[in-house]
Write a protein that binds this ligand. Structure first.
Ligand code: GLA
Length: 403
């Protein structure tokens, strides 16, 4: 009898220990906030593929991210946007599309991880996603456990069909669920700037969309409501005080390489997103990139401006209508300056560096490195900045204190 008792006690102990190790170890708030010290970089299916997603698409995107040199340039997340999910089962568990994801999401995550990349997916605050698929309302903790068990590293969380719920509360519920699920998951708030997420998003998510959807054009509104690239810049222009390591304004995903803008415009789009310290989520077909698209997306000199550890968003320093000078403070007393020609004619730039207020107050001299030509073009800023900037183009430089 004694023996049996000892045996049962031992069994109970083993069961308890096993249960404890199976139980997720929640992330502390500090651990959670540390997940995105620089703006996240990756690829998302939506801008190019919409609902036409599948395991094959994601796995090919992962292959192409490695083969194209994008991984080497810092891109990390492969994110499936809306439409991977079709239903909930009898227990309320989210169900992925069995035809498009026949092996389940863990299989996709494992493949992406095997390439040294990370995996992200999409859900929504509301009863249904923006494309009408099941949302997370009332299932937040269950969904967060599903993400953790399936190897998810990034969640984009939309705001459609939200039944009038308070945005801060809704995103806080999912943040708590993610922390409790115990897996480090970058949390991307996507409520389109509708309730000023820059005022409450820090500590709840790592990035927040600050605007409605981008569309693949220079300016203007598309018939479905998306706005052009330069309109998005104008919408986030004044939000620079809210940006910083771990909490980023998100001017939406990149349209570089999707065909609606010229190469010069795509280059300006990418330059400006890096000036804004924006998340860099490519949105094109990675397997079918032109040389120009690859050259733009993998420009490490420009990416280094985006990823600068100070995490400052550029602001519009000199505004001469269609001719703008954007300035971004970098770590180690360096600066990035982007001369942005939004006009229809060439800008024959001949500009006294000291007419840029930030440089005047910083004082001292700088060498000038051209980030698209990849070379030092001046050892001092005592001579004027000179360049011929095509219509819709940029001249973007890095200033380093002169020796
Ligand atoms: C919203 C988001 C987009 C995309 C779609 C998916 O419009 O803003 O980025 O995720 O939903 O349905």
């Amino acid at each position: 009898m004694k023996r049996l008792f000892a045996f049962l006690a031992a069994l109970l102990l083993v069961a308890t220990v096993t249960a404890q190790t199976d139980k997720p170890q929640p992330l502390s708030q500090e651990e959670f906030e540390a997940l995105s010290p620089t703006p996240p970089m990756g690829w998302n299916s939506w801008n190019r593929f919409g609902c036409n997603v599948s395991e094959q698409l994601l796995m090919e995107a992962a292959d192409a991210m490695v083969a194209s040199g994008m991984k080497d340039a810092g891109y990390e997340y492969i994110v499936v946007d809306d439409c991977w999910q079709v239903d909930r089962d009898a227990d309320g568990n989210i169900v992925c599309d069995p035809e498009r994801f026949p092996h389940g999401m863990k299989y996709v995550a494992d493949y992406i991880h095997s390439k040294g990349l990370k995996f992200g997916l999409y859900s929504c605050v509301g009863t249904h996603t923006c494309a009408g698929r099941p949302g997370s309302m009332g299932h937040e903790y269950q969904d967060a456990l599903y993400y953790a068990r399936n190897g998810v590293d990034y969640l984009k969380y939309d705001f459609c069909n939200n039944c009038g719920t308070n945005s801060k509360t809704a995103y806080t519920i999912m943040r708590e669920a993610l922390k409790q699920a115990g897996r480090p998951i970058v949390f991307s708030i996507c409520e389109w700037g509708s309730t000023q997420p820059w005022e409450w998003g820090k500590g709840i998510g790592h990035l927040w969309r600050a605007t409605g959807d981008i569309c693949d054009q220079w300016e203007g509104r598309a018939n479905w409501g998306g706005v052009g690239m330069t309109n998005i810049i104008d919408l986030v222009k004044d939000l620079y005080p809210y940006n910083g390591p771990g909490h980023w304004n998100d001017p939406d995903m990149l349209e570089v390489g999707n065909g609606g803008m010229t190469t010069i415009e795509d280059q300006s789009h990418f330059s400006m997103w890096c000036m804004l310290a924006a998340p860099l989520m490519a949105g094109n077909d990675l397997g079918a990139m032109s040389d120009d698209t690859r050259r733009i997306l993998t420009n490490k000199d420009v990416i280094a401006i985006d990823q600068d550890p100070l995490g400052v968003q550029a602001h519009l320093s000199v505004d001469m209508d269609d001719r703008q000078i954007w300035v971004k403070q970098l770590a180690n007393d360096e600066w990035a300056v982007c001369f942005f020609n939004r006009g229809d004619s060439e800008w024959k730039l001949n500009f006294n560096w000291n007419d840029i207020p930030e440089l005047r107050s910083a004082g001292g001299d700088f060498s000038v490195y051209d980030l698209w030509q990849h070379k030092t073009i001046a050892k001092s800023i005592t001579k004027n900045a000179n360049s011929t900037i095509p219509s819709h183009g940029v001249f973007m430089v890095r200033l380093t204190p002169a020796k």
